[in-house]
Design a protein around this ligand. Structure first.
Ligand code: PBG
Length: 324
């Protein structure tokens, strides 16, 4: 078909026509809302670099989960900031650890909310790396045991799903095995398979107080220049037992999301990370961008690229926008 027989503008004439032919629609069912748990009571500390997000004590986190539930959001993703960090990141798997505590509180007060826990050590280690250090470098296989211990303790606390994000080789297999051996074979794993060494995690590291104290994460997170490697990483995680695969960040990696969707038949999650959120927030605060429109366009793009699940700090705002 060619002009003048085909006129693309005919179907763009008004909102009803546009609604009829719209190919991608955002839906509250696809959303995961990340939350940051801190020790204490009645704590709701604004995260300056992520306007609208807070560090919350467990009483407030349960409240926030309830609000999200009432808006129809199916899941939260929990991160924890412990009162003390140490070399080995022991706070990650402590029975009375901050995330374990938050999980129990949410499951107790909002049992219908799906609770997913981030499995990593960077929030719990004094050096801020995602694994156990030896002579200044992150030890892969030693870290696997600690990650498995962490996932196990989160599942025992009541987590419905675990999401390993440390980018250690073999982490999905190690965690699957630990869960299975402990009668937790029904707990699914959402694997951060293709997680890039990205500058867009900057605001999160302030929020979670998890910036590495020396060096960077390039020896374990992926090089942003690589795409074939993402496919290899996802294949490995699938073979080790991933139930949901993830690409992270989202907006600068839409090609990776698209490829992953073409090549794998598992549910695909994309993490709309802190930097993607804060950039738009900052520009909106300056009056340079319309926040809601930019949010809707960004999240639609992530879904259009192929994401089935979107992890976003805008979950509540999007849920509200979709109700209008
Ligand atoms: C690591 C982790 C990070 C994020 C989620 N899990 C940070 C990192 O790898 O440095 C980033 C999320 C975001 O930027 O929103 N546990």
């Amino acid at each position: 078909m060619q002009f003048p027989e085909y006129r693309g503008r005919r179907l763009r004439k008004n909102e009803n026509l546009r609604r009829l032919v719209r190919e991608t629609k955002l839906c509250v069912d696809d959303l995961v809302y990340p939350l940051f748990a801190v020790p204490g009571k009645s704590v709701k500390k604004p995260i300056t670099v992520m306007p609208g997000q807070f560090q919350l004590s467990v009483d407030y986190i349960a409240r926030e989960a309830r609000e999200a539930h009432e808006l129809g959001i199916p899941a939260v993703l929990l991160f924890g900031i412990p009162s003390k960090k140490d070399e080995q990141g022991t706070g990650a798997f402590a029975k009375d650890g901050i995330v374990q505590h938050a999980v129990k509180r949410i499951k107790n007060e909002v049992p219908d909310m799906l609770v997913i826990t981030d499995v990593c050590l960077c929030e719990y280690t004094s050096h801020g790396h995602c694994g156990i250090l030896e002579k200044g470098s992150v030890q892969n296989d030693t870290t696997l045991e600690v990650l498995a211990e962490t996932a196990l303790s989160q599942a025992r606390a009541g987590a419905d799903m675990v999401a390993p994000s440390a980018m250690m080789d073999g982490q999905i297999g190690a965690i699957r095995e630990a869960l299975d051996e402990n009668a937790l074979e029904e707990i699914p794993i959402m694997a951060y398979c293709a997680k890039y060494a990205s500058s867009f995690y900057g605001p999160f590291r302030e929020a979670a107080q998890s910036a590495p104290q020396f060096g960077d994460r390039k020896s374990y997170q992926m090089d942003p220049a690589n795409s074939d490697e993402a496919i290899r990483e996802i294949s490995l995680d699938v073979s080790e037992g991933a139930d949901i695969i993830m690409v992270k960040p989202a907006l600068a990696y839409l090609d990776i999301i698209f490829r992953a969707k073409q090549e794998f038949d598992l549910p695909l999650a994309a993490y709309n990370v802190s930097g993607e959120y804060s950039m738009i927030k900052a520009a909106a605060q300056m009056g340079w961008l319309d926040e809601e429109k930019s949010m809707l366009e960004s999240l639609t793009a992530i879904k259009r690229a192929g994401a089935d699940i979107i992890i976003t700090y805008w979950a509540k705002d999007l849920a509200k926008a979709l109700r209008k």
